[in-house]
Design a protein around this ligand. Structure first.
Ligand code: NDP
Length: 500
């Protein structure tokens, strides 16, 4: 087992990784009831860095019971909004105080460049927890003037209350593990819910660190539980558990559908943030250099393991060659390496399974008639690296154009008329996001309403803000996280009518 001993903070990741980790149920750090565990591997070397418990239905049931007991406890249910705000702020402060160590854990566990973990994952999670803390004291119902026939207006008072939905089961993916945990835990705690969080089997570590810090922040036991385990076992048990009031899921559309089906049996509320195949649309007035740099970042950031990755590049013909050559030049120069190497621009993929999936898709793309413009191969023999790759010349019906790959693989195609681009951009089953590169406001404004996607960027791609709702059209999901919209996902509305 190789564990780096360096740390920017003097608090090494090895202090966290030096022993098998346990999961948090109620106030207790526990192993799985079955005793089974999962090896956690460093994607840059494929070596095991620690182990976590492999939870099954028994452990999930205990965690749900702990979350239910906490939800009904007077300590949590009687806590004032300002108390929940304070807990969240304390948690955010603690994550910030330990940011260097957490970033290192995240980089080791997921493979991402340390700089990304330091500049994006950890600060975004801190900011989001603080944003959610602010919401705790701003939850409001409405008063309603009633008009029932046969009664005088002043005989009644009508109003609505926002109440926490209850026990939340949160199932998160491996691409931004800490941030995805924050996206679920933040609004749940702000609204007064309690949580059972299941991180991805490949990246469970930052969620366990977050749980340690939540206890340190004084959060009552059972309010946040973390169960580590395999999706089809622990995740499925959580989604089907009758004691869960809401499932918040981020991951693949295929698993999102399984979760939705399991949840409907118990009428469990669901929010699903699923896959994407986002188009990057470059109109011919755009500066090709700027557009190429934006398009490269849209697909290669986090090795393409991003739900909003700009994996389809459509460029108006006059600037097509310049933009595609620009993206290829950037791809050719990217420094591929382990996340902890400060020179690394493109880290490994998260797992061997994901590397195989990406390599298979590239092969399928070539078999479907695609021409390799850049990359196309696994990088090196050790670890799970793949070259940044660009294919062109594919029909729109090709699998590699239609299906989410979740790797550094871009398909490029020219188009002639702005009138045809909306149909091309909307031509997959997904609808998470799209970007338009142009300064021609008239054309941009005509295009925005025609794109079936939850987020549209203009002259940028992939940027998110806590105050802007985020979620997908079509098969990219149900519900909107972040912004005011997230409150709807974690609360029930109760209507009250009072005669006096
Ligand atoms: P999954 O959708 O399988 O994983 C997401 C989460 O769901 C993980 O915690 C996983 O656990 C869990 N899970 C898996 N199966 C079940 C189940 N039957 N019931 C309940 N929970 C389950 O994504 P993968 O990790 O397999 O990645 C495959 C593809 O999914 C990627 O290539 C990408 O296309 C897409 N994806 C999209 C993401 C997004 O942000 N939209 C994020 C991640 C993946 P475990 O990790 O143990 O399997």
């Amino acid at each position: 087992m190789t564990i780096p001993t360096t740390s920017v903070s003097g608090e090494p990741a090895s202090r966290f990784l030096g022993r098998p980790r346990s999961m948090l149920i109620g106030a207790e750090w526990r192993d799985a009831a079955s005793g089974a565990s999962i090896d956690v591997r460093d994607p840059a070397t494929s070596e095991t860095i620690t182990t976590v418990p492999s939870a099954d239905g028994v452990d999930v049931d205990l965690a749900v019971q702990a979350a239910r007991a906490a939800f009904e406890s007077s300590e949590w249910s009687a806590a004032r909004p300002v108390d929940r705000e304070r807990w969240l702020l304390r948690l955010a402060d603690l994550v910030e105080a330990h940011a260097p160590q957490i970033a290192e854990i995240e980089s080791l566990d997921n493979g991402k460049p340390l700089l990304i973990a330091q500049r994006v994952d950890v600060p975004s999670a801190v900011d989001f927890l603080r944003y959610c803390a602010g919401w705790a004291t701003k939850l409001e119902g409405t008063t309603v003037d009633l008009s029932m026939p046969g009664f005088r207006r002043n005989e009644f008072v009508g109003y609505t209350r926002r109440e926490p939905v209850g026990v939340v089961g949160a199932i998160i993916p491996w691409n931004f593990p800490l941030l995805m945990a924050a996206w679920k835990v933040g609004p749940a705690l702000a609204t007064g819910c309690t949580v059972v969080l299941k991180p991805a089997e490949d990246t469970p570590l930052s969620a366990l660190r977050l749980a340690e810090l939540a206890l340190e922040a004084g959060l009552p036991a059972g309010v946040l539980n973390v169960v580590t385990g395999y999706g089809p076992v622990a995740g499925a048990a959580l989604a089907a558990h009758p004691g869960i009031d809401k499932i918040a899921f981020t991951g693949s559309t295929a698993v999102g559908k399984l979760i939705g089906k399991a949840a409907i049996e118990n009428m469990t509320r669901i929010s699903l943030e699923l896959g994407g195949k986002s188009p990057v649309i470059v109109l011919d007035d755009a500066d090709p250099k700027v557009a190429a740099s934006g398009a490269a970042n849209a697909i290669f950031f986090n090795s393409g393991q991003v739900c909003v990755a700009g994996s389809r590049l459509y460029v108006q013909r006059r600037v097509y060659d310049a933009v595609v050559e620009g993206v290829s030049a950037i791809a050719a120069k990217m420094r591929i390496g382990p996340g902890l190497d400060p020179k690394t621009q493109l880290g490994p993929l998260v797992s061997e399974k994901q590397l195989r999936r990406v390599a298979d898709y590239v092969k399928v793309g070539i078999d479907e008639g695609g021409t390799l413009v850049a990359g196309g191969q696994r990088h090196g023999e050790r670890g799970w690296f793949h070259q940044p790759t660009i294919l062109a010349g594919l029909p729109e019906s090709a699998r590699i154009v239609q299906e989410e790959i979740f790797g550094p693989v871009l398909v490029a195609a020219p188009f002639d008329d702005v009138e045809e681009i909306a149909a091309l951009a909307n031509g997959t089953s997904y609808g998470l996001s799209a970007s338009i590169w142009s300064n021609d406001l008239k054309r941009v404004h005509r295009l925005i309403p025609r794109l079936k996607a939850g987020t549209i960027w203009v002259n940028c791609h992939g940027l998110l803000d806590n105050a802007l709702p985020f979620g997908g059209y079509k098969q990219s999901g149900i519900g909107r996280e972040m912004g005011r919209a997230m409150i709807d996902l974690y609360t029930e509305t109760k209507s009250v009518m009072m005669m006096h």
